[in-house]
Design a protein around this ligand. Structure first.
Ligand code: XMP
Length: 312
């Protein structure tokens, strides 16, 4: 329970969960809530600019933007193991929040003791199954950056008001709280961001930049085709393999990407989405003609299970 003169930090990602959690806590404690948006260098194309401007125009909550991209990327250099990446990202997020708490203390004269997170029930089940869920710790599927990926010695105490809810329930709650559709209808985006969509070392070459461009073309095409709201999540994955191609009469030896689009109720299970032939032809042409360094596009047609939604 947050005392009457205590302050709270909330990390906003621009997605539905953290936005609804922040709105709820803001109703309870007003301006003792301090929101922060962290650019971890793993965001999508123009994400930081877009999200910050939507916060300002649609949410009317003051949000501080922290650029910690160098900090995250330097820690991820050379790291290939998916669980290790997730743990590093969880730790760096907490380090950034601690610094933010320290800076706030200089301004408001009191150190915030609490951190609000938009953790959902599926995050908990897949990271560290609770008693009674039918799974044990040996069944951990992924350490979600905001659950199993958190450092054991973190000082901030967690407030997780959505911890027992599924995504559709959070969307309903958001709607009751008048959270704008620009947040409620966004596809989920994982906290570790593009780190789990660049397979292997995220800092190698210009994988992140290439992935941003491919992802933007794919998602924009989905929006243009009027499919965004019926698809649960759509994104591109950078594959660290090079294949031979022929572009403009030249032999190329470039990277491949995979496109993944799924429908789902809650992210716990998912079906791959069946695109029309013409849609795929157009997207693949746009990607290969506009993104340097990509000469092959694959489509992921695996459901969950047996695959997970993200590739790492
Ligand atoms: P998976 O890959 O576990 O994804 O089948 C299920 C849903 O969770 C999202 N996801 C995450 N969200 N932190 C998050 O906030 C994470 O570490 C994380 N890992 C996966 C994923 O995008 C999908 O919607």
């Amino acid at each position: 329970m947050v005392g009457p003169d205590e302050h709270v930090i909330c990390a906003l990602s621009g997605g539905v969960d953290s936005t609804v959690a922040a709105t709820l806590v803001h109703k309870a404690i007003g301006d003792r809530l301090h929101c922060v948006f962290v650019d971890n260098g793993l965001l999508r194309y123009k994400e930081r600019e877009r999200v910050m401007s939507t916060f300002e125009s649609d949410l009317h909550l003051p949000v501080t933007c922290v650029d910690a991209s160098e900090q995250f990327l330097s820690k991820l250099k050379g790291i290939k193991d998916p669980e290790q990446k997730r743990k590093i990202i969880g730790r760096e997020f907490i380090a950034v929040f601690d610094d933010f708490a320290h800076e706030l203390e200089q301004i408001i004269g009191k150190r915030p003791e609490y951190l609000v997170q938009g953790t959902l029930y599926p995050d908990v089940i897949e990271s560290c199954p609770p008693p009674g869920s039918g799974r044990t710790h040996s069944h951990t599927i992924k350490s979600h950056h905001n659950v199993g990926g958190l450092p054991k010695d973190m000082k901030l105490k967690l407030i997780e008001p959505l911890k027992l809810l599924f995504k559709d329930e959070v969307r309903k709650l958001g709607s009751i709280l008048n959270v704008p559709d620009s947040f409620l209808k966004r596809h989920p985006f994982p906290g570790p961001g593009l780190a789990v969509r660049v397979l292997g070392d995220v800092t190698e070459g210009n994988a992140l930049e290439v992935l941003r461009q491919v992802d933007e073309i794919f998602v924009q095409a989905i929006k243009d085709a009027g499919l965004y709201d019926i698809i649960w999540q759509a994104f591109a994955v950078f594959l660290p393999v090079q294949t031979v191609g022929v572009q403009g009469d030249q032999r190329t030896h470039s990277n491949a990407v995979a496109l993944r689009a799924i429908t789902s109720e809650d992210g716990m299970t998912a079906d791959w989405y069946y695109f029309q032939h013409e849609f795929l032809v157009d997207v693949v042409n746009k990607i290969c003609n506009n993104v340097r360094g990509i000469n092959r596009v694959c489509q992921d047609i695996t459901s969950k299970p047996p695959a997970t939604v993200e590739w790492e």
